[in-house]
Design a protein around this ligand. Structure first.
Ligand code: ADP
Ligand code: MG
Length: 768
């Protein structure tokens, strides 16, 4: 028992030692764990500080990015720009453009840089996030391990408490057994029994010993188990320490790597930044240079402008002074001007009155003079017009030119006929090159006199093909007298419109075989009669003759066209027909003077006569002969009438033909007549040309005044007679064909009286 007790004691001591050791180990473990956790915490703190640093660095970088030198530079530039803008307002546009140029530089590269940096930042942040997550994982692991340690501690405490209990129990038994031993010692006589008891008791003790031994065994097992657990835990701790070290190393390397990367990136960014700054700086320098140059230009401009400005200011000031003084000056000037004007008006009034009086007197005088002139000149005038040689004249000697002119006298022409030159003097001769306009210029005075109430007849006389229709109608591109006369009438009427109302009407008629037909009527074939006015005025009129009122050139053209169409539908060959009939355009101008109520009526008769060639002699028959006879008769009648009129005979045989009867009003009294004698210059036409020219000269040369009375006794030769040489005409023509001889030309018959006509003509020419 003692031994076992000692053993137990020993055991107890050992256990106690063991416990102490365990406790020490536990404390060491605890302190170790604490150190590890402190270390970890420190690392975490470090990492956090690192993160904060990084964030600060990032924010610094960000702020750096926000406010780089470049921007400062830009600001400087903007300030400079602003200053420049103020300095040169006139160059604002240019500066705006510069600024516009600056804008893209500010925008592009730096923005890209910024974006790159931000990307980098987000990457770094992500990495930091990952490190943080790893840290959290490590924290969790540490937590788990401390939990497990706490569990182990608890279990240790439990086992210690159990052991303490066991010890208690054992010590109690020990005490009990010691007491029993002491009591046994005090009772030696009853040894046997005691031995037995002891034996019994020792068996009991043995059992207790056994029990305690098994208990001890169990406890030892337990301790072994605990040791095992402790070893495991140590192992685990070692493992966890290893992993912690690994993790630490990993974190360290990760951090280093991140730091290195960051440094690299920062370096790259720094480089990039420097480069960008350099670029921007060089750009800014260039721009600055340009701006400076501009500024210099503007300065020089300003310098050149300054003198101009000075003179302008000077001018402006003087103008201002003038403007200030102007109203006074103006008033004064106005006053004097008004007075002057009033005086002038008064003067003008009196002059006007005087002029009006004189004008009225002159007007009367003019009328008188005009009448006198007409009387002196004779109101019958004869012009000749020679057409150019045309293709129709053919070639060879037949088409040769037989007419020549006098360079000094436009009233004379020479005809080479059968080898002899014959000269004629008319009122005027138009050579082939004379234009329609030139011809009309000589005629227009006659036309305008219609407006004053005179009757006028213009005849185109000559053989077929000599240019009658060309002179009267002309071509559409080059119109003749008809259209020009009407145009002139329109413009004259227009210019007098202030005082006068005028109505212009036209009729177009034709006389064929002594039948008068209305070419504007509904039935052109109807023959019209010429009748005396029933009012007893002795005037003639044609009942049923259509009159169209015309107001413009378009109207006239329409009328002419209408007349042409009617004429054409009535015959099979218009050319032939027109050469055998007289075409008449009768224009009537009726005027009313609004102030006096005076009425005037003038008539303009434009007649394209039938061809004057002598058809009858060529043995024509039937219709052709009849036509020729009618033509011959009417042309002779016209000659008779003109002759009678010009020689102032008492009787004028108007009624001998329809033509003269119709034109009676326009041929008699103070009417005016123009005979345009058309001739062909071709050699083959010379005999007809001779006849026409003789007719012309005869008409023209009828003497005025008392001599003409004598002429009453002589009768007008017929057309037929005209062709027979000068002999039958000698008595008739003796008085007037001398005109040419007096000029030294070959003359059919000399005689003195016509020198008077020439002298009269000369006088008229000089007196104007
Ligand atoms: P008539 O009417 O006398 O028979 P035309 O007037 O028909 O003659 O003229 C005959 C031809 O001569 C026409 O082709 C015309 O154009 C031409 N002619 C007449 N006179 C002239 C002139 N002065 N200038 C140019 N051509 C003319
Ligand atoms: Mg004709």
């Amino acid at each position: 028992v003692v031994a076992s007790m000692a053993h137990l004691q020993e055991e107890k001591l050992r256990l106690q030692e063991e416990l102490l050791a365990l406790q020490e180990k536990l404390a060491a473990r605890e302190s170790e764990e604490l150190a590890v956790s402190v270390q970890l915490q420190g690392q975490v703190e470090n990492l956090k500080a690192n993160l904060v640093d990084q964030a600060q660095e990032i924010s610094r970088l960000r702020s750096e990015l926000g406010g780089t030198d470049l921007e400062k530079h830009r600001d400087l530039l903007a300030a400079e720009n602003e200053r420049l803008r103020q300095e040169m307002k006139a160059r604002e546009g240019e500066l705006r453009e510069l600024r516009r140029q600056q804008a893209p530089c500010r925008g592009c590269a730096h923005l890209q840089e910024n974006a790159g940096l931000q990307e980098r930042l987000s990457q770094l942040q992500q990495e930091a996030e990952e490190a943080r997550a790893k840290l959290a994982e490590l924290d969790l692991e540490v937590q788990q391990k401390t939990n497990r340690l706490a569990e182990v501690e608890l279990r240790l405490k439990d086992s210690l408490a159990e052991r303490a209990e066991e010890e208690e129990r054992l010590s109690r038994r020990l005490r009990d057994s010691q007491e029993t031993i002491a009591s046994l010692k005090s009772q030696p006589p009853q040894i046997k029994y005691i031995i037995k008891t002891v034996e019994v008791e020792s068996s009991k003790a043995k059992q207790a010993l056994c029990e305690s031994q098994s208990r001890n065994q169990y406890l030892q097992e337990q301790v072994g188990m605990q040791r095992q657990v402790l070893k495991e835990m140590e192992q685990q701790l070692q493992n966890s320490q290893k992993t912690a070290a690994q993790l630490r190393a990993q974190v360290q390397s990760e951090l280093e790597r991140a730091h290195g990367q960051m440094l690299e990136e920062m370096q790259a960014m720094e480089d990039e930044k420097n480069r960008a700054i350099e670029e921007a700086f060089s750009r800014a320098q260039v721009e600055m240079k340009a701006v400076h140059e501009n500024l210099a230009g503007v300065r020089t401009n300003l310098l050149t402008l300054q003198p101009a400005l000075r003179t302008l200011t000077h001018d402006y000031n003087s103008l201002k002074r003038q403007v200030r003084d102007f109203p006074l000056l103006l008033q004064e000037t106005l006053r004097s001007a008004r007075a002057e004007i009033g005086q002038a008006i008064e003067e003008v009034h009196s002059t006007n009155r005087e002029l009006l009086r004189k004008y009225r007197r002159e007007l009367q005088l003019r009328k008188k003079c005009h009448n006198e002139l007409v009387r002196l000149k004779g109101n019958i005038r004869v012009f000749g017009r020679v057409r150019p040689i045309t293709k129709e004249d053919g070639e060879g000697p037949e088409a040769a030119n037989a007419v020549t002119f006098d360079a000094d006298d436009d009233a004379v022409l020479h005809l080479l006929h059968k080898g002899k030159q014959v000269s004629f003097e008319l009122d005027k001769v138009f050579p082939p090159q004379a234009s329609q306009e030139e011809v009309f210029q000589e005629v227009q005075a006659l036309v305008t006199s219609c407006i004053d109430g005179y009757n006028v007849c213009i005849f185109a006389y000559g053989q077929t093909g000599a240019g009658k229709t060309y002179t009267m109608e002309g071509t559409s591109a080059n119109p003749g007298i008809n259209q020009r006369a009407l145009q002139l009438l329109f413009s004259e009427v227009h210019s007098k419109a202030a005082d006068w109302d005028y109505a212009i009407t036209v009729s177009v008629a034709e006389i064929y075989n002594e039948a008068l037909r209305d070419l504007l009527g509904k039935e052109p074939q109807e023959k019209l009669e010429i009748k005396l006015c029933p009012d007893g005025s002795g005037q003639l009129y044609v009942p049923g003759l259509t009159e169209f009122r015309v107001q413009s050139v378009e109207d006239i053209n329409k009328v002419f066209e209408f007349g042409h169409v009617n004429r054409a539908t009535e015959c099979t060959n218009l050319n032939e027909h027109s050469s055998r009939s007289h075409a008449l355009l009768i224009v009537t101008i009726r005027g009313l003077d609004r102030s006096t109520g005076l009425r005037t009526t003038g008539k303009l008769n434009l007649v394209d006569l039938a061809g004057s060639e002598r058809v009858g002699r060529s043995g024509a028959e039937g219709n052709r002969l009849r036509e020729a006879q009618y033509i011959n008769k009417s042309l002779s009648a016209l000659g008779d009438v003109i002759y009678a009129l010009r020689s102032r005979q008492g009787h004028v045989p108007f009624r001998n033909s329809k033509l003269t009867y119709l034109l009676q009003d326009s041929l008699s009294g103070d009417s005016k007549t123009l005979m345009m004698v058309q001739v062909s210059p071709a050699e083959k036409n010379t005999s007809e040309t001779l006849c026409s020219l003789k007719f012309a000269e005869r008409v023209r040369s009828v003497e005025l005044g008392p001599i003409s009375r004598k002429a009453e006794l002589v009768s007008w030769p017929s057309q037929e007679q005209l062709e027979v040489t000068k002999v039958p005409m000698a008595p008739l023509l003796s008085s007037w064909t001398a005109a040419s001889s007096s000029r030294g030309h070959a003359s059919p018959s000399p005689g003195p009286p016509s020198s008077r006509a020439t002298s009269i003509r000369r006088k008229l020419q000089t007196s104007g």
